[in-house]
Design a protein around this ligand. Structure first.
Ligand code: XMP
Length: 490
C-alpha cells in the first residue's frame, strides 16, 4: 500500500478570508446589478439569500419578511409536523390577494356587537352572512357610525349595504381593482356559484402587496417558503408539501451517506415541491446528488456556531467546497446554495463567485426582530439567543429528527457539534437585507457584471496573505461610530 507520508501531499482548500475578487473594468452601476437567481430547478428569487433552518432563526415571521424582500426563509424542523404545516400555511396566506379567514357579521347581531368585534379583530368592515355562509350584505365602520350614535341596539340587517358587489374565486388583482373603482368600494367578497362566501379582497391588501414588488411569489401570487425535512421524515415531507411548501430542504449534517441518499431520492420522488439536498462539500458527493436533487446545499462546518470541524476533525473550507460542488452541479444546470460562515456581504458575493447561486445565513439573521426569541441585555449591549442545531440545547428540545442526533435517546449524553450563543440585536430583516444585498451589488459592480450568471463567469479570485487580510479590515484607528454593515467583532 501507499506510504502514509503520501497522505501529506495535500491539496489546498480555501475559505472566504483567503481570497478577494479581482477588480475589473466595469460599466455596471451597483444599483443596476440584477441579483435574480435560482435556488432550485424551478424556484427563482430576486434576492439570492436564504435564512437558515434553525430554531433561533427561521419561523413564519422571518420567512414572511424574507419572501417579501425577494429572498427565502427555510422553516426549521425542531417543531412537530402539525406545527410546521401550520407555519407553512401562515406564510402562504400572509400576502394572499384573497383573504381566506374572513371576519364576518350575522344579520341579527346588534351594530354595537359588530363594532366591538371589528375593533377586536382589527378590521374596518365585514361581509354579512347567514348560517349557510350566503352573502346577504356588507357592513363597514362608516355604515355603523350613525347607528352607534343614535340607536346602538339596531340590528346589522338595517345598517348593512345589501347590494353587494362580489367577485368569483378566480378574480385577479386588476379585476378586483376595477370593481372597486367602478363601485367606489374598498372590499369585495369572493363567492362561489351559490353566493357562499369563500374569501375577501381588500384595497389595503392590494396596496400592501404592491409595496413588496420584488417579493418571492409562487404562480398564484402567494409568498414562497422553504422547509427543512430530515432525510427519513416521509410524514413531515408529505405534510409540508400538502400545505404548500415551495422547496423542501433535506437537511443532514453529512448528506454524502448511502442511507441518506437512498432515502432522500425516494422522498424527492414523492413530493411536488422542489427538493434541495445537503449538506455536502465535495465533487464526489455532488455527483451523486445531481441525479435527483433540484438543488444542492454546501457547507461542512463553516457556520459561526458550528464545532463540527473541531469535534470530528472533518470539514472543507467553504470557498473550495462551493467551487467543487458547483463544478459538477453546473454541468447539470442544478443550483448550488452556500450555507454557513458568511459574516459580511463580501463573503456572500465571494461564495457566488465560487459558483453558488444563492447563500444561506444563520447568525446574520438571528439578531433580527423577526427571528424567534427575546432581546437580552448584557453589559449594556443588546443580544438575541443563537444556537447551533447540533448544540446540546437544540438537540434536547428537538425530536429524533434532529440532523446532528445520531441514534441516541433524548436522555442520553450527546456528542454536540455546535454551541449555544448570543448574537448582537440588529433590528428589522428589511434593513439587514438591504445592507447585505446592496454590498453584493457593489461587489458585482467592481467586477463589471450586471447579472448573477454573468458575475459567476466574469469573477476571478486573488489569494490573500494574512497581511493582506489585516489591510482589508479597518486598521490602526479607533472606530467611533458603528457602520450598519461592518462590525469588527464579527
Ligand atoms: P452561520 O455562519 O450563518 O451558519 O451562522 C449557519 C449554518 O450553520 C449550520 N449549522 C450547524 N453546523 N453544527 C454545525 O456544524 C451545528 O450545531 C449547526 N447548526 C447549524 C447550518 O448549515 C446553518 O445553516
Amino acid at each position: 500500500s501507499e506510504p502514509f507520508s503520501e497522505k501529506l501531499r495535500v491539496p489546498e482548500a480555501l475559505t472566504f478570508d483567503d481570497v478577494l475578487l479581482r477588480p475589473k473594468e466595469s460599466r455596471v452601476e451597483p444599483d443596476e446589478a440584477d441579483t435574480t437567481t435560482r435556488v432550485s430547478r424551478s424556484v427563482e428569487l430576486t434576492v439570492p439569500v436564504l435564512s437558515a433552518a434553525m430554531d433561533t432563526v427561521t419561523e413564519s415571521d422571518l420567512a414572511i419578511a424574507m419572501a417579501r424582500q425577494g429572498g427565502l426563509g427555510v422553516l426549521h424542523r425542531n417543531m412537530d409536523v402539525e406545527e410546521v404545516a401550520a407555519e407553512v400555511e401562515r406564510v402562504k396566506r400572509a400576502d394572499e390577494l384573497v383573504i381566506r379567514e374572513v371576519v364576518t357579521a350575522s344579520p341579527d347581531q346588534t351594530v354595537r356587537e359588530v363594532d366591538e368585534m371589528m375593533e377586536a379583530e382589527g378590521v374596518s368592515g365585514a361581509p354579512v352572512v347567514n348560517d349557510a355562509d350566503e352573502v346577504l350584505g356588507i357592513i363597514s365602520a362608516t355604515d355603523i357610525r350613525p347607528y352607534l350614535e343614535v340607536r346602538d341596539r339596531d340590528e346589522v340587517r338595517e345598517a348593512m349595504t345589501d347590494e353587494v358587489i362580489t367577485a368569483p374565486a378566480n378574480v385577479d388583482a386588476r379585476e378586483a381593482l376595477e370593481l372597486m373603482y367602478e363601485h367606489k368600494i374598498e372590499r369585495v367578497p369572493v363567492v362561489d356559484e351559490e353566493n357562499r362566501l369563500s374569501g375577501l379582497v381588500t384595497m389595503q391588501g392590494i396596496l400592501q402587496r404592491r409595496e413588496y414588488d420584488s417579493a418571492a411569489r409562487d404562480d398564484t401570487g402567494r409568498l414562497r417558503v422553504g422547509v427543512a425535512v430530515g432525510p427519513f421524515e416521509t410524514d413531515r415531507a408529505a405534510a409540508v408539501d400538502e400545505a404548500g411548501a415551495d422547496v423542501l430542504f433535506i437537511d443532514c449534517a453529512h448528506a454524502h451517506n448511502r442511507n441518506v441518499i437512498d432515502s432522500a431520492r425516494e422522498l424527492a420522488a414523492g413530493v411536488e415541491a422542489d427538493v434541495v439536498v445537503g449538506n455536502v462539500g465535495t465533487r464526489e458527493a455532488a455527483a451523486e446528488l445531481v441525479e435527483f436533487a433540484d438543488g444542492i446545499k454546501v457547507g461542512i462546518g463553516p457556520g459561526s456556531i458550528c464545532t463540527t470541524r473541531v469535534v470530528t476533525g472533518s470539514g472543507m473550507p467553504q470557498i473550495t467546497a462551493v467551487a467543487q460542488v458547483a463544478d459538477v452541479a453546473s454541468e447539470h444546470d442544478i443550483p448550488v446554495i452556500a450555507d454557513g460562515g458568511i459574516r459580511y456581504s463580501g463573503d456572500a458575493i465571494k461564495a457566488i463567485a465560487a459558483g453558488a447561486d444563492a447563500v444561506m445565513l444563520g447568525s446574520y439573521f438571528a439578531g433580527t426582530d423577526e427571528a424567534p426569541g427575546r432581546v437580552v441585555t448584557m453589559n449594556g449591549k443588546r443580544y438575541k439567543q443563537y444556537r447551533g442545531m447540533g448544540s446540546v440545547g437544540a438537540m434536547q428540545s428537538g425530536d429524533d429528527g434532529n440532523r446532528y442526533m445520531k441514534d441516541v435517546e433524548a436522555d442520553e449524553e450527546f456528542i454536540p457539534e455546535g454551541v449555544e450563543a448570543a448574537t448582537p440585536y440588529k433590528g428589522s430583516v428589511e434593513s439587514e437585507l438591504f445592507q447585505l444585498v446592496g454590498g453584493m451589488q457593489s461587489g458585482m459592480g467592481y467586477v463589471g457584471a450586471g447579472t448573477i450568471p454573468e458575475f459567476k463567469q466574469r469573477a476571478e479570485f486573488v489569494r490573500v496573505s494574512s497581511a493582506g487580510q489585516t489591510e482589508g479590515h479597518a486598521h490602526d484607528v479607533v472606530i467611533t461610530d458603528e457602520a450598519p454593515n461592518y462590525s469588527p467583532d464579527s
